[in-house]
Write a protein of this length. Structure first.
Length: 117
């Protein structure tokens, strides 16, 4: 099982980034996938999760989507703020539904997002 996150970088406040999570070693559409982030000195927190039976979800500034044919889950981040600076991780939940961080089975390696002028 492998989850490979990519797409991070340096962006100015108000800018956008799209992160990708390429999954391998399992059937993507059988599992919920979550994006988490961890800022320096802070605990890892959930950003968005998408269950196996959905292809799109958003919380306003961020949108999570999945393309099962490409084995990829995306996190579109718009209107980024300095407080969004963190390492972003994608992760596989234990089943088809989203749950807490305690229910994470596999983690990706993380990609750094820095929002700064």
């Amino acid at each position: 099982v492998q989850l490979q996150a990519s797409g991070g970088g340096l962006v100015q406040p108000g800018g956008s980034l799209r992160l990708s999570c390429l999954a391998s070693g399992f059937t993507l559409n059988d599992y919920a996938i979550g994006w988490f982030r961890q800022a320096p000195g802070k605990e890892r927190e959930g950003v968005l999760c998408i269950s196996s039976f959905r292809v799109y979800s958003d919380n306003g500034r961020f949108t999570i989507s999945r393309d099962n044919g490409k084995n990829t889950v995306y996190l579109q981040m718009n209107n980024l703020k300095p407080e969004d600076t963190a390492v972003y991780y994608c992760a596989r939940h234990r089943g088809p539904g989203c749950g807490t961080i305690a229910g994470i089975m596999d983690w990706g390696q993380g990609t750094q997002v820095t929002v700064s002028s």
